[in-house]
Design a protein around this ligand. Structure first.
Ligand SMILES: [Ca+2]
Ligand SMILES: [Ca+2]
Length: 164
Protein backbone atom coordinates (compact mmCIF):
# COMPACT_ATOMS: atom_id res chain seq x y z
CA UNK A 1 0.00 0.00 0.00
CA UNK A 2 1.39 3.41 -0.91
CA UNK A 3 0.49 6.78 0.47
CA UNK A 4 1.04 10.26 -0.72
CA UNK A 5 0.37 13.73 0.47
CA UNK A 6 -2.29 14.97 -1.90
CA UNK A 7 -2.35 18.68 -2.52
CA UNK A 8 -5.75 20.27 -2.69
CA UNK A 9 -5.54 22.66 -5.58
CA UNK A 10 -8.60 24.49 -6.74
CA UNK A 11 -8.73 24.94 -10.48
CA UNK A 12 -8.70 28.48 -11.75
CA UNK A 13 -6.75 30.07 -8.93
CA UNK A 14 -3.56 31.24 -10.59
CA UNK A 15 -0.89 32.03 -8.06
CA UNK A 16 -2.22 29.57 -5.54
CA UNK A 17 -0.88 26.42 -7.13
CA UNK A 18 1.57 25.81 -4.32
CA UNK A 19 -1.17 25.31 -1.73
CA UNK A 20 -0.80 21.89 -0.17
CA UNK A 21 -2.32 20.07 2.76
CA UNK A 22 0.92 20.10 4.77
CA UNK A 23 1.33 19.30 7.63
CA UNK A 24 -1.66 17.04 7.09
CA UNK A 25 -1.43 13.68 5.45
CA UNK A 26 -4.31 12.20 3.51
CA UNK A 27 -5.33 8.70 4.58
CA UNK A 28 -8.55 7.48 3.01
CA UNK A 29 -10.93 10.41 3.07
CA UNK A 30 -9.34 12.10 6.08
CA UNK A 31 -6.48 14.50 6.68
CA UNK A 32 -4.28 13.83 9.67
CA UNK A 33 -1.25 15.18 11.47
CA UNK A 34 0.65 12.39 13.19
CA UNK A 35 3.08 13.60 15.84
CA UNK A 36 6.19 11.45 15.51
CA UNK A 37 8.44 13.04 18.10
CA UNK A 38 6.90 15.10 20.90
CA UNK A 39 4.92 13.60 23.74
CA UNK A 40 2.26 15.62 25.54
CA UNK A 41 -0.50 15.05 28.05
CA UNK A 42 -4.01 14.79 26.61
CA UNK A 43 -4.86 18.45 27.25
CA UNK A 44 -1.68 19.79 25.69
CA UNK A 45 -2.20 17.48 22.72
CA UNK A 46 -5.73 18.84 22.32
CA UNK A 47 -4.46 22.43 22.47
CA UNK A 48 -1.73 21.68 19.94
CA UNK A 49 -4.22 20.28 17.45
CA UNK A 50 -6.45 23.31 17.92
CA UNK A 51 -3.52 25.62 17.16
CA UNK A 52 -3.24 24.09 13.69
CA UNK A 53 -6.98 24.31 13.09
CA UNK A 54 -7.59 20.65 13.82
CA UNK A 55 -8.88 18.37 16.57
CA UNK A 56 -7.57 15.20 18.15
CA UNK A 57 -8.59 12.30 15.96
CA UNK A 58 -12.09 10.78 16.13
CA UNK A 59 -13.10 7.56 14.47
CA UNK A 60 -16.61 7.79 13.10
CA UNK A 61 -16.37 4.61 11.03
CA UNK A 62 -14.58 1.29 11.28
CA UNK A 63 -13.13 2.00 7.84
CA UNK A 64 -11.38 5.10 9.17
CA UNK A 65 -10.07 3.11 12.13
CA UNK A 66 -8.72 0.36 9.87
CA UNK A 67 -7.10 2.74 7.38
CA UNK A 68 -5.29 4.83 9.99
CA UNK A 69 -4.12 1.75 11.89
CA UNK A 70 -2.99 0.14 8.64
CA UNK A 71 -1.02 3.26 7.79
CA UNK A 72 0.69 3.28 11.20
CA UNK A 73 1.50 -0.42 10.85
CA UNK A 74 2.82 -0.02 7.30
CA UNK A 75 5.03 2.87 8.40
CA UNK A 76 6.17 0.91 11.48
CA UNK A 77 4.75 3.69 13.65
CA UNK A 78 2.30 1.53 15.58
CA UNK A 79 4.71 0.68 18.40
CA UNK A 80 3.91 3.83 20.38
CA UNK A 81 0.70 5.21 21.86
CA UNK A 82 -1.21 8.13 20.38
CA UNK A 83 -3.87 10.23 22.05
CA UNK A 84 -7.24 10.26 20.30
CA UNK A 85 -10.02 12.73 21.14
CA UNK A 86 -11.78 9.98 23.11
CA UNK A 87 -12.43 10.52 26.82
CA UNK A 88 -15.00 10.06 29.57
CA UNK A 89 -14.15 13.23 31.47
CA UNK A 90 -17.73 14.55 31.32
CA UNK A 91 -19.42 11.37 32.50
CA UNK A 92 -17.36 8.61 34.02
CA UNK A 93 -17.74 5.44 31.99
CA UNK A 94 -19.31 7.16 28.97
CA UNK A 95 -16.56 7.57 26.40
CA UNK A 96 -17.14 10.16 23.68
CA UNK A 97 -15.11 11.63 20.87
CA UNK A 98 -14.42 15.03 22.41
CA UNK A 99 -13.90 16.57 18.96
CA UNK A 100 -17.49 15.97 17.88
CA UNK A 101 -19.30 15.02 21.09
CA UNK A 102 -20.47 11.67 19.74
CA UNK A 103 -20.44 8.49 21.81
CA UNK A 104 -17.76 5.97 20.95
CA UNK A 105 -20.01 3.32 19.49
CA UNK A 106 -17.41 1.18 17.71
CA UNK A 107 -17.07 -1.49 20.42
CA UNK A 108 -14.62 -3.51 18.35
CA UNK A 109 -11.90 -0.84 18.37
CA UNK A 110 -11.28 -1.21 22.12
CA UNK A 111 -8.45 -3.47 23.15
CA UNK A 112 -9.93 -6.59 24.80
CA UNK A 113 -10.98 -5.74 28.35
CA UNK A 114 -10.93 -1.98 27.75
CA UNK A 115 -12.06 0.55 28.77
CA UNK A 116 -11.36 -0.66 32.29
CA UNK A 117 -11.06 2.71 34.08
CA UNK A 118 -7.70 1.58 35.42
CA UNK A 119 -5.05 3.69 37.14
CA UNK A 120 -7.18 3.52 40.29
CA UNK A 121 -10.27 4.79 38.46
CA UNK A 122 -8.33 7.70 36.94
CA UNK A 123 -8.18 6.48 33.35
CA UNK A 124 -10.30 8.95 31.39
CA UNK A 125 -8.45 9.62 28.12
CA UNK A 126 -8.16 7.21 25.24
CA UNK A 127 -4.99 6.17 23.44
CA UNK A 128 -4.73 4.08 20.29
CA UNK A 129 -2.10 1.52 19.31
CA UNK A 130 -2.36 -0.03 22.76
CA UNK A 131 -1.24 -3.64 22.79
CA UNK A 132 -0.56 -6.19 25.43
CA UNK A 133 0.50 -8.81 22.93
CA UNK A 134 -2.62 -8.92 20.78
CA UNK A 135 -3.71 -6.67 17.91
CA UNK A 136 -3.62 -2.99 18.85
CA UNK A 137 -6.70 -1.22 20.13
CA UNK A 138 -8.08 1.70 22.09
CA UNK A 139 -7.32 1.98 25.81
CA UNK A 140 -8.42 4.44 28.48
CA UNK A 141 -5.52 5.71 30.53
CA UNK A 142 -4.41 8.59 32.74
CA UNK A 143 -4.87 11.91 30.90
CA UNK A 144 -1.60 13.34 32.20
CA UNK A 145 0.49 10.54 30.74
CA UNK A 146 2.82 11.83 28.05
CA UNK A 147 1.90 10.42 24.65
CA UNK A 148 2.22 11.19 20.99
CA UNK A 149 -1.02 12.23 19.35
CA UNK A 150 -2.87 12.39 16.05
CA UNK A 151 -4.78 15.47 14.91
CA UNK A 152 -7.53 15.34 12.31
CA UNK A 153 -8.29 18.27 10.05
CA UNK A 154 -11.89 19.21 9.40
CA UNK A 155 -13.25 17.77 6.18
CA UNK A 156 -12.81 20.24 3.34
CA UNK A 157 -16.25 21.38 2.28
CA UNK A 158 -16.98 23.97 -0.35
CA UNK A 159 -14.44 26.63 0.53
CA UNK A 160 -13.02 28.39 -2.52
CA UNK A 161 -9.57 27.28 -1.46
CA UNK A 162 -7.99 25.91 1.64
CA UNK A 163 -4.91 27.19 3.40
CA UNK A 164 -3.59 25.25 6.38
CA1 LIG B 1 -12.56 11.10 11.83
CA1 LIG C 1 -7.46 1.11 30.51
Amino acid sequence: MTYEITPIIKDGLPGFTNITTAPFLKIGEGYYYIETNLKKNWFEAHETCRRIGAELIAFETIEEWKLVNQYLADMKMDDVLYWTSGNDLANDGQHVWFSNGLNITLDEIWYPGEPNNGVGGSAHCDVMCFSNGGPTGLNDTYCYNMMRYICEAPQPKTAAFIVW
